[in-house]
Design a protein around this ligand. Structure first.
Ligand SMILES: *Cc1c(COP(=O)(O)O)cnc(C)c1O
Length: 396
């Protein structure tokens, strides 16, 4: 059997390669950081990680993880409800709830699982899920796993959301689902307006804080802080894999009964292993660091502002950003790939995105700023952007 299937795969893979969509991986030999070392010994500045607060190689997190292995072992060999819950899992859930000002939290192996397991236990064919068109793949998959009716509105378009809410009025329950920050433009969902519409049309609100937590809001508490919407959002999901340390782990946090029901019925929670002690301990240390001072958040925000202002002054077309994501617009797909490749030659890692990841004719370079970047790192990246930008006639 494999022969025919192999041929089929080889043809498909060749087509992916032909279309220039084949994803190659870079082998990093250093820890994840602002400055990384590659297999050939060369160094590069990293502007394409989700390491927003620079915690991915933080010594306090590493120490907490090591200590946890000594005192709590390596793995849990169980799901949470059988024999996979340690005291530290409950402490981490409490720390997440405190951070987001919510009633309770449930941990998952990843936010992909949190989103995959959040809709199906709560909603049925009588209900409606109203989803932003640019939501993350894991929300889309989570919606697919649920029998609820589906409605989709144009990205952050409140008139279109209102249309969906009106169409869904005959359903039993309605929930609006949105990313907090959209990863391609770096724009923040207008949560205050979403909450207003939710109240007007009797809907619940769910926000995925993966790209926004730790970054958005005066102290990085996410969209509820940014828009002063505490108490108006029913469900948050998020990841420990971005700003919060960058390893793995996800969570859903929100109203008490919702979290209770997820513990009873959410399949990625019931049928997948507990987070290992080292991840839980480093997670706890992350929230401890964030409660002690606002320094990392503030540095991250200053870096975004510095980078954006210098790039705009140099003549680049930058999408307005309210997050750690800065989109340098090039519009042309081929140019975006050439630009990113030239930047890599200059020792700067950034990612070029084009259709279908972004709309046709809106190709761009995505730059992700971190608290780990020093002024010298930023200046070097900006210098390289200007050099390559002139070479490729993007700026004068
Ligand atoms: C990264 C991301 C996820 C997935 O998080 P993992 O914990 O890595 O599975 C989910 N939702 C959004 C919006 C993300 O950006």
């Amino acid at each position: 059997m494999y022969g025919k299937f192999q041929q089929h795969l080889q043809t498909e893979l060749a087509a992916i390669e032909e279309a220039g969509l084949y994803k190659k991986e870079r082998n990093i030999v250093s820890p994840q950081s602002a400055e990384i070392t590659l297999e050939d010994g060369s160094k590069a500045l990293n502007f394409c990680a989700n390491n927003y607060l620079g915690l991915a190689d933080n010594p306090r997190l590493i120490e907490a993880a090591k200590k946890a292995m000594d005192s709590k072992g390596y793995g849990m060999s169980s799901v949470r409800f059988i024999c996979g819950t340690q005291d530290k899992h409950k402490e981490l859930e409490k720390a997440v709830s405190d951070f987001f000002h919510t009633d309770d939290t449930i941990l998952y192996a990843a936010c992909f699982d949190a989103n995959g397991g959040v809709f199906e236990p709560l909603f049925t064919a009588e209900d409606a899920i109203i989803s932003d068109s640019l939501n993350h793949a894991s929300i889309i998959d989570g919606v697919r796993l649920c029998k609820a009716q589906r409605f989709r509105y144009a990205n952050a378009d409140m008139a279109d959301l209102e249309r969906c809410l009106q169409e869904a009025q005959s359903c039993r329950f309605r929930i609006i689902a949105t990313d907090g920050v959209f990863s391609m433009d770096g724009n923040v969902a207008p949560i205050d307006k979403i909450c207003d519409l939710a109240e007007k049309y009797d809907a619940l609100v769910m926000v995925d804080e993966s790209h926004s937590a730790g970054v958005v809001g005066a102290t990085g508490r996410g969209v509820a802080e940014q828009f002063d919407c505490y108490g108006r959002i029913d469900i948050f999901t998020g990841t420990l894999g971005k700003a919060f340390g960058g390893a793995v782990g996800g969570f859903t946090t929100g109203r008490k009964e919702i979290i209770d029901m997820l513990r009873q019925r959410s399949r990625p929670y019931l049928f997948s292993n507990s987070l290992p002690p080292m991840i839980v301990a480093a997670g706890l240390e992350t929230f401890k660091i964030l409660s002690e001072s606002n320094e990392l958040h503030d540095r991250q925000q200053e870096n975004v502002k510095y980078f954006r202002d210098k790039m705009m002054a140099a003549g680049f077309d930058i999408k307005p950003t309210q997050s750690a994501i800065c989109a340098v617009m090039l519009y042309d797909a081929r140019l975006s790939q050439e630009f990113a490749a030239r930047m890599a030659e200059e020792g700067i890692f950034v990612t070029g995105f084009y259709y279908p990841v972004v709309p046709k004719g809106e190709a761009r370079i995505r730059v992700q700023l971190s608290a780990a970047h020093t002024r010298a790192h930023l200046d070097k990246a900006i210098e390289a952007f200007i050099k390559v930008g002139r070479e490729l006639n993007v700026i004068k």
